[in-house]
Design a protein. Sequence first.
Length: 218
Amino acid sequence: MQTTELASFIDHTLLKPEATPDQIRKLCREALQYHFIAVCVNPIYVPLCAEELRGSQVKIATVIGFPLGATLTEAKVYEARAAANHGASELDMVIQIGALKAGMHNQVSQDIAAVVAAGRESGALVKVIIETCLLTDDEKIIACQLSQNAGAAFVKTSTGFSTGGATVEDVALMRRTVGAQMGVKASGGIRTLDDAQKMIAAGATRLGASSGVKIIAG
């Protein structure tokens, strides 16, 4: 795979709580230089990215209910609308993980659907972070099915802030579950070209990585 094609898979990511405006500006410059498909930042930096990336093809992704997912649905909806209004076109939301594990599938589904609806108001797509490291395989399948039925555009493995990140096995399971109609984003621990290629081979159509420049450099 050519580096330009690989770059089109990568959400160039900086979600550390200590990230500074200068570091976000650098992230945007790198995204422009290497033609990454998107930057992924915390909501507070969406307006800055919109300013830095104005007129470019680089998308702005942000995170909703991050990193725990244990936020009131109303708060997630407000956060999604505000982020979209400031320029985010992709919203990576975290599911209510505990509710899923308790079998409260309707609640999880309604939470996802509410954020999807909020995103649609501004044309923003939703990626649903299911936090695979905390789920059984059966729970991963259910989370993917609920996300798909709620109208999300992607399912995503991980926040990168829990006990583990993306694995080839989880990406393959998620792809089998959602079929070809939905995106699968692998995120968390993808640091090398080899990591990236394995995730894509397993079915990932997007990669969340803070090491995007290093990956492209091989």
